[in-house]
Ligand binder design. Structure first.
Ligand SMILES: [Zn+2]
Length: 164
């Protein structure tokens, strides 16, 4: 896999770009990433097959369509996750490829690496064994925080500390 197809490498490039613009904050500013990458969001589209999002290019403009059913404040973490996932499809060059489980997984890995950046985690003095705190801090869905812990960190599920 070349660097420009590696979800972690490409996500780190986005984080570097945010840092260069003085915009590397928590939670990570997904809208700013899209803006800097020239990706436009459409949130009032009707998506079929129960999909939360889709990516396409029209007249050389990159679009990420997000289902309006998740465009509510209560579902902000899910909205952010879907937006990051669709940005991943664009930046990883998936848009003209047929749908596949592998590309979906790569877009999820990009979303995780972008929204839960290792460089910020390393600077934060708190127990990363608390998935609720991770979800709140990074404004990501709980399952994303959970998966991130299982897949992208060395802690295992038996170490979870659940607190309010
Ligand atoms: Zn996808």
């Amino acid at each position: 896999m070349s660097n420009d197809q590696d979800p972690f490498y490409v996500a780190q490039q986005c984080l570097d770009m945010l840092a260069e613009h003085g915009a590397l904050t928590l939670p990570v500013d997904v809208a700013k990433v899209a803006e800097l990458c020239g990706i436009k969001f459409i949130v009032d589209s009707v998506l079929c097959d129960g999909k939360y999002g889709m990516s396409f290019v029209l007249d050389d403009v990159r679009y990420a369509a997000i289902s309006p059913i998740i465009n509510t404040p209560l579902q902000l973490p899910l909205l952010r996750w879907c937006a990051a996932h669709e940005i991943g499809h664009h930046l990883l060059g998936h848009v003209s490829s047929p749908w596949s489980d592998e590309l979906e997984k790569q877009a999820d890995m990009f979303a995780a690496a972008l929204l839960i950046p290792q460089c910020l985690i390393d600077n934060i003095a708190f127990s990363c064994t608390d998935i609720f705190r991770i979800a709140r801090l990074f404004c990501v869905p709980l399952p994303a925080a959970h998966d991130w812990m299982c897949e992208f960190s060395e802690w295992n599920s038996e170490d979870y500390i659940v607190c309010s």
